[in-house]
Design a protein. Structure first.
Lengths: 253, 90
């Protein structure tokens, strides 16, 4: 079977509204990290020009799973995956996201969860469809990070763990999932397969004390509340002891 | 005017290039209401049978399984570009 992906580019004008530019000026922002979802990222010339005229430098990158520079996916939700160095992150005063919705820009907030700071770089969301601006700060994920922190601790202390693996080729990570047994020889891991994460089925396996997610990493965050027994993402499971001993944003909120 | 360009010329061109007999169209939620127009455009321009994916389209990581068993020879997925899966897991 052949597959064709079509970007479905936005048909309107892609530019920053005066409210975005005024906000950046009011905060004395001189350098931003710029990202956009795929419908907008091929039409950013005007945005670059506007920022240059306002004296704002741009830092961007090609995130691991994306196809073009400046594109943002929901799953590239950590700095390493964004291919952004800590120094680059430090060098900017804010992120600017061009696009609609909350899903993509939230990745830029989650990307800061393991930094040893409480000063999150705000994400200034510029929606070309509505010309509305919204600001995302750590406040939008505080509750989730607290639950995630509790899930990390539960994972470390429990003995029976359910590992969720999806059969969807783009999200399937069985090989990586199976390596968790060697890292934690004292725990019993049960491997569950599904073509989507069936939240309603979780309670049918009461012997599972907590869950590890290997499908979309955003499931571990955005869907945290759907896991009564908690869930963490696979990459964090490997680092769980280190993560809970850090003075990171996630451990401080 | 629609908010997104469905790039129908590209879709139809690819259907003809691969001589697809059964095409599945997969749309993100924001474009699902455009399924009627897309189906019409494809069936008017080609002889392909169009199947409309009802379920999720979270990204290019989220392509439907089982389509070849139904004789589907082309999947067209809107709203995403090529996904570069990290082979080593995450």
């Amino acid at each position: 079977m052949h597959t064709l992906f079509l970007d479905a580019p936005f048909t309107g004008d892609v530019s920053l509204s005066s409210s975005v530019l005024d906000y950046l000026q009011s905060k004395k922002v001189t350098r931003v990290g710029l990202y956009a979802s795929v419908q907008f990222c091929s039409q950013l010339e005007k945005v670059y020009a506007q920022l240059a005229s306002a004296g704002v430098e741009v830092v961007t990158s090609k995130a691991d799973r994306t196809h073009v520079v400046g594109q943002l996916l929901g799953c590239d939700s950590d700095l390493a995956s964004l291919n952004l160095t800590a120094a680059q992150h430090e060098s900017i005063e804010a992120y600017v996201y061009v696009g609609d919705g909350k899903f993509h820009p939230l990745a830029l907030v989650y990307a800061q969860k393991d930094l040893e700071t409480t000063q999150v770089k705000e994400v200034v969301c510029a929606d070309p469809m509505t010309n509305q601006m919204s600001i995302m700060s750590v406040d939008v994920i505080k509750g989730i990070l607290r639950k995630y922190r509790a899930s990390l601790m539960k994972f470390l202390s429990c003995s029976r763990v359910g590992v969720i693996v999806t059969v969807k080729p783009g999200q399937e990570h069985l090989k990586a999932a199976l390596t968790i047994e060697k890292k934690f020889p004292d725990k019993k891991f049960y491997f569950f397969v599904d073509d989507n994460v069936s939240f309603g089925q979780l309670e049918n396996f009461p012997f599972i004390e907590t869950w590890v997610n290997t499908a979309c990493p955003r499931v571990g965050f955005d869907d945290q509340e759907k896991f009564e027994r908690g869930v963490i993402n696979l990459n964090d499971a490997f680092l769980a002891a280190k993560l809970v001993s850090k003075t990171s944003l996630m451990m401080k909120v | 005017m629609t908010l997104y360009d469905a790039e129908l010329n590209s879709a139809i061109l690819r259907i003809k290039e691969v001589d697809a007999k059964v095409v599945c169209i997969q749309l993100p939620d924001g474009m699902k209401p455009m399924a009627q127009d897309i189906e019409r455009a494809i069936t008017e321009a080609t002889s392909a049978r169009v199947l409309i994916w009802l379920g999720s389209n979270f990204g290019a990581c989220d392509v439907p399984l089982g389509l070849p068993k139904m004789g589907c020879d082309l999947l067209i997925s809107w709203g995403h570009n090529q996904f570069h899966k990290k082979a080593e897991g995450w």
